[in-house]
Ligand binder design. Structure first.
Ligand code: NAD
Length: 420
């Protein structure tokens, strides 16, 4: 297999190669695709932060708004030493497609700051977050662009963003971010929503492939918000979780890992290392370990032209954004792996973020059962729509998902007349 490394692992290139193909299959007007293909706004900020030792540092941050055609931009905030503008551009575009795919009235955005939160104190992260928010005051807002959590950001960080924004506009604006603590206008069910969504689409996939849940072995890469919640919920539903990993290593037990015990162990020790109920295993090794469902729920570019041919899973359910490269897509298609693409599989997070935004604006909060029921409905409907488009257009699940999404955004643009 020919590889285009490092181009293969550029998330923007990965996004563009799939969306270009989908636009072509849709026979989308060239001019219209020119508008939709590129992000509409890219902001770079250099943020001064006073560190705990009194020294001054500057950090570079981004906010990319890909589209606001279907509603306010919506997208995560990522803190990572490896964050690039191309990554933010890709994540912003994926959010546009994801929101259109699950039919919620948002556009797409993404952003974050190049920093290593593992080496910063809580106070330093707070100062960084507040300054980053202040720099973006003009472009954020419940009607403009609504951030949410992503890698290395959590409900505390969302609370600081909400507070900083509110200080500037001089009244409390809960709807400016999602993924907040429930006490500050967050939604019940948001914390587990992405993991719950993964479980729902896996349920649909095994039904389609006539597989039995209690004999279905699952490997999950990543034990953060997405991976740990997927593991816990799927374990409770009867799936056998045989492997999990974090950036510091993984665990494998062919008889299944006791995820509730692992959850407590991870909470206490902040690591999976030396958990007594499973053997140690490398994270890369786990990706090609024998299993039925593989859920990459960590970072981009984990399944590439270098390892795709060694995957054993029948179902690849993408919890992370962009875990599979375009080159790997072809190999997986040859192997007949059933792919549940990221923009569908992990859309439970933004779906419940939408519910949170609605509840904040209504000032009326729903019980968790209502949130979960609505999420269930959205995930199952979207899964069925993607499968139908796969058959209708005779394309992969991923290209079908892109086609559905791009068609919806293009339709809005035509109706609004931007393109006239
Ligand atoms: P997180 O920061 O909570 O967790 C990330 C996890 O990945 C950690 O356990 C980390 O140790 C692990 N990890 C990093 N590199 C790894 C490697 N090489 N091997 C194994 N594990 C590794 O982040 P998160 O919010 O869970 O997000 C994970 C992915 O899901 C990202 O791609 C994110 O964009 C996507 N996503 C998140 C949400 C959400 O609601 N948080 C929604 C949709 C998509």
């Amino acid at each position: 297999m020919e590889t285009r490394y490092p181009e293969e692992v550029n998330p923007w290139e990965a996004q563009v190669s799939r969306s270009d193909l989908a636009a072509k299959k849709l026979k989308l007007d060239e001019g219209l695709w020119k508008i939709l293909r590129e992000p509409s706004r890219e902001i770079i900020v250099h943020i001064p932060v006073q560190m705990d030792d009194g020294t001054l540092e500057t950090f570079t941050g981004f906010r990319v708004q890909h589209s606001i055609d279907r509603g306010p931009a919506k997208g995560g905030i990522r803190y990572s030493p490896k964050l690039t503008l191309d990554e933010a551009r890709a994540l912003a575009s994926w959010m546009t497609w994801k929101c259109a795919l699950v039919n919620i009235p948002f556009g797409g955005s993404a952003g974050g700051v190049i920093c290593n939160p593992d080496k910063m104190s809580k106070r330093e992260i707070e100062r960084l977050t507040r300054r980053y928010t202040a720099e973006l005051m003009e472009v954020l807002g419940p009607e403009k662009d609504v951030p949410g959590p992503d890698i290395n950001t959590d409900e505390q960080i969302m609370a600081w963003i909400m507070d900083t924004y509110s200080m500037h506009v001089r009244h409390t604006v809960t709807a400016v971010v999602t993924g907040k603590p429930v006490e500050l206008g967050g939604s019940h069910g948001r914390n587990e929503a992405t993991g719950r969504g993964l479980m729902i689409v896996c349920d649909e996939a095994i039904k389609k492939l006539n597989m039995n849940r209690d004999q279905t072995r699952v490997v999950i890469q990543g034990f953060g918000n997405v991976g740990s919640n997927a593991a816990r919920l799927m374990h409770r539903r009867g799936y056998k979780i045989v492997g999990v990993s974090t950036s510091t290593g993984g665990l494998y037990n062919r008889n299944g890992i006791d995820i509730d015990a692992l959850w407590m162990y991870h909470k206490r020790n902040n690591t999976l290392v030396r958990f007594p109920g499973a053997a140690e295993s490398g994270s890369a090794e786990l990706l090609v370990t024998d299993c039925d469902i593989l859920i990459p729920a960590a970072v981009e570019n984990q399944i590439t032209s270098r390892n795709a041919d060694r995957l054993k899973a029948q179902i690849l359910c993408e919890g992370a954004n962009g875990p599979t490269t375009a080159e790997a897509d072809d190999i997986l298609a040859d192997k007949r792996v059933f792919v549940i693409p990221d923009i569908l599989a992990n859309s439970g997070g933004v779906t419940v973020s939408y519910f949170e935004w609605v509840q904040d604006r209504q000032g009326y909060f729903w019980p968790e059962s209502e949130v979960n029921d609505r999420l269930d409905h959205t995930m199952r409907t979207s899964f069925a729509e993607v499968l139908k488009a796969t058959e209708t257009h005779d394309v992969s699940n991923r290209i079908a998902a892109y086609m559905l999404a791009i068609d919806r955004v293009a339709y809005t643009l035509r109706q609004r007349g931007i393109y006239a």
